[in-house]
Design a protein around this ligand. Structure first.
Ligand code: ZN
Length: 479
């Protein structure tokens, strides 16, 4: 039984052949040396399936961009340890006060939370896609000089930016936790900018217990800067634009679509040209029957009515009763299925439909070990498919260095595929050294040693050759 997903056409899907094509114009225009995917990640409670789909999509986009555009890719996960751990009301002013996860639990506890929620899954997704990732907490991010200077820069435009980050009240939520108790006024009603210049700014804030205190922020001062979500994203994206070494692609859940206009306006106010704004990819939202976003906290509080037909593990991955390997496999399969057609990816899913799709895969018997896909030029693809090319040559990108003997590689050229198994990997210092040591007939029986050397140098410039040269000996797998 094959799976059928029915998705109507949309303006965006109609314009694309492949889901990944949404990134093509920017990559073609900027010709980046490296593409970094950036994903924000909650740590206040176990993630549900929507979060995992977004994270998995980041890995698969990074894999495809690397394979199709021949550029190094990696992922940066931002763990939001500034989420409020507790909120209380000041009985006198009736202002809300909050304390962050970081300040309540401390660094070690935050590290073990990210470890518990994400590290296992991320390393499995990384092994399967050969995409490297790192996790940075918000606390680390706010202490970085570029983040703090970028924040100070926004103060010059605060008169206009404050309405973008806080459209209803115009009061920007800039929180400096009280240095004595770490509580901060949630909506910053009594936080005031006293003075500022290019390099530093002084604020006065009010603690319900310790009264007025002042905070001086500069690139290396140690006061903690906490910001509302919109404000934080403006600073974050502004820093990403300033980092010219990489093209940054932000992967966000689809519910962010409604908020991004505010960020774009603010980035414009900060002097960023529209063609420099980061690229954003929105992943499908998972909805309930009413069309509301599936919310774990609302379900927990009993405010969201979920029929009994929802599999527990969709809400709580801890309820998954098979191996973690199978969970990662299911996620990858599902996101690949959605990405197989732009109409399937740039839309939302009810949890029932998502469940139907995922259960379809669970019901299929599968003994195929993880397969890595590699895109390749037509003329080499033909030789591999004919079985005459049994040595493939690549340079030592970190992702390529992860390929191991015994692993399956699926070579792809447009719609054609050829499954192979790796017999051996040998690393050489240069193309010449490789050609001197290997049987060149197995690389390409139709051209000479010198022609092979020429082709390799044309495909890989010398700075890529310097990464090391990999000889991948293959065997075609009959299927
Ligand atoms: Zn205090």
């Amino acid at each position: 039984m094959s799976l059928k997903i029915v998705s109507p056409n949309t303006v965006l899907a109609n314009a694309l052949v492949h889901t990944i094509d949404i990134l093509r114009p920017r990559i073609a225009y900027t010709k980046p040396e490296k593409v970094k995917f950036v994903v924000g990640t909650q740590i206040n409670g176990l993630p549900h399936i929507g979060t995992h789909l977004t994270q998995c999509a980041a890995f698969l986009f990074a894999e495809q961009v690397r394979n199709i555009f021949k550029v190094d890719t990696s992922i940066l996960f931002g763990a939001l340890d500034n989420a409020p751990h507790e909120v209380i009301l000041d009985p006198e002013s009736h202002h809300a006060y909050q304390i962050t996860y970081q300040h309540k639990l401390g660094k070690n506890c935050i590290d073990s939370l990210t470890q518990k929620y994400y590290s296992n899954l991320f390393s499995r997704l990384s092994e399967r896609t050969f995409v490297d990732y790192e996790i940075q907490t918000y606390s680390e991010q706010q202490s970085a000089p570029n983040f703090r200077l970028e924040f100070i820069k926004t103060l010059k435009e605060l008169e206009r930016i404050r309405w973008l980050v806080s459209p209803s009240s115009g009061i920007p939520h800039i929180r400096f936790p009280c240095p004595k108790c770490w509580w901060a006024e949630k909506r910053s009603e009594r936080t005031h900018l006293i003075k500022h210049n290019e390099k530093e700014a002084e604020f006065k804030s009010y603690c319900f217990d310790h009264m007025e205190y002042s905070s001086v922020i500069s690139e290396d001062s140690d006061c903690y800067l906490d910001l509302s979500t919109l404000y934080r994203n403006i600073i974050k994206e502004s820093c990403l634009i300033n980092d010219k070494k990489s093209l940054h692609i932000i992967v966000k859940g689809g519910d962010w679509v409604f908020a991004c206009q505010q960020i774009d306006w603010a980035l414009g106010l900060l002097g960023h040209a529209p063609n420099n704004l980061p690229v954003r990819v929105f992943t499908p939202q998972i909805l309930t029957d009413t069309g509301a976003k599936l919310s774990k906290s609302l379900i927990k509080r009993g405010a969201m009515d979920i029929k009994d037909d929802l599999e527990n593990w969709l809400i709580d991955p801890d309820c998954w009763d098979r191996s973690e390997e199978e969970y990662a496999d299911l996620l990858i399969w599902t996101v690949e299925e959605l990405m197989s057609d732009p109409k399937h990816f740039y839309r939302s899913y009810s949890y029932k439909e998502l469940q139907r799709i995922m259960k379809h895969h669970i019901s299929q018997p599968s003994n195929v070990p993880p397969v890595r896909t590699i895109r390749i030029y037509r003329k080499y693809f033909k030789l591999i498919k004919e079985g005459v090319k049994t040595i493939e040559i690549r340079v030592g990108y970190s992702s390529m260095k992860k390929i191991k003997a015994g692993q399956f590689l699926k070579f792809i050229c447009q719609d054609d595929k050829c499954l192979t198994k790796v017999n051996r990997i040998t690393e050489y210092a240069s193309f010449r050294e490789l050609l001197d040591s290997e049987d060149t007939n197995k690389i390409n029986p139709h051209i000479s040693y010198e022609e092979q050397l020429n082709e390799l140098s044309n495909i890989f410039p010398s700075n890529k050759e310097a990464l090391g040269v990999l000889c991948i000996e293959l065997q075609k797998v009959d299927k």
